[in-house]
Design a protein around this ligand. Structure first.
Ligand SMILES: Nc1nc2c(c(=O)[nH]1)N=C([C@H](O)[C@H](O)COP(=O)(O)OP(=O)(O)OP(=O)(O)O)CN2
Length: 142
C-alpha cells in the first residue's frame, strides 16, 4: 500500500526563458508555489510516513538557500548570467536547462528530492510548480 503526503513551499524568484517567442524571454519574476508529493509505505507509531515538519525543514531549507529571492537561469544563458552577475549582491542559481516550470519541477523531483529524502524511507513521487494562480507544471516519477 502506498501512502502519499504533500508539502507546499512558497518562494519568489526571477528567470527568463531563452528562445521563448513572447515576453517571457525577458527577465521577470514569479511568486512560485512548489508542491512536493512524498510517498512511502511504512507508518511510524504515530501513523505518519514522514512528519510534515520534517518535509518543511528539508524542502523549505533547500528552497530558501538556493531559489528564494534568486535568479534561476539556464547554465547556457551566458548573456543572462553575465548581466545578473554585474549586480551586487548577486543571487543566482544555474539550472542545467531552461527554467520553465516543467524543468524546475523536474529538477526538484530528479535531483533535489532524492538527496533530501535519502534517509527517510520515502521518495518524492510528484512535484508541481505553480508560476501563477493560473499556470502550473507537474512531473511524476516514471
Ligand atoms: N509550458 C510553459 N509555458 C510557459 C512557461 C512555462 O514555464 N512553461 N513560462 C512562461 C513565462 O514564464 C510567463 O511568465 C508566463 O506566461 P504567461 O502565462 O503568458 O503570462 P501571464 O499569465 O502573465 O500572461 P498575461 O498575458 O500577462 O495575462 C511562458 N510560457
Amino acid at each position: 500500500m502506498g501512502l502519499t503526503v504533500m508539502r507546499r513551499i512558497r518562494f519568489c524568484a526571477g528567470h527568463r526563458l531563452v528562445g521563448h517567442d513572447g515576453k517571457c524571454v525577458h527577465f521577470h519574476g514569479h511568486n512560485y508555489v512548489a508542491e512536493f508529493y512524498v510517498t512511502g509505505e511504512v507508518q511510524d507509531d504515530v501513523g505518519r510516513i514522514i512528519d510534515f515538519g520534517v518535509l518543511k525543514r528539508k524542502f523549505k531549507g533547500w528552497i530558501d538557500e538556493n531559489w528564494d529571492h534568486a535568479f534561476v537561469l539556464w547554465d547556457q544563458d551566458t548573456n543572462g548570467l553575465r548581466a545578473i552577475r554585474m549586480v551586487e549582491p548577486c543571487r543566482v542559481f544555474e539550472l542545467p536547462y531552461n527554467p520553465t516550470s516543467e524543468n524546475m519541477a523536474r529538477y526538484l523531483l530528479e535531483v533535489v528530492s532524492p538527496e533530501l529524502l535519502h534517509d527517510t524511507g520515502t521518495h518524492a513521487s510528484k512535484v508541481v510548480i505553480w508560476e501563477s494562480e493560473e499556470s502550473c507544471s507537474e512531473v511524476t516519477r516514471g
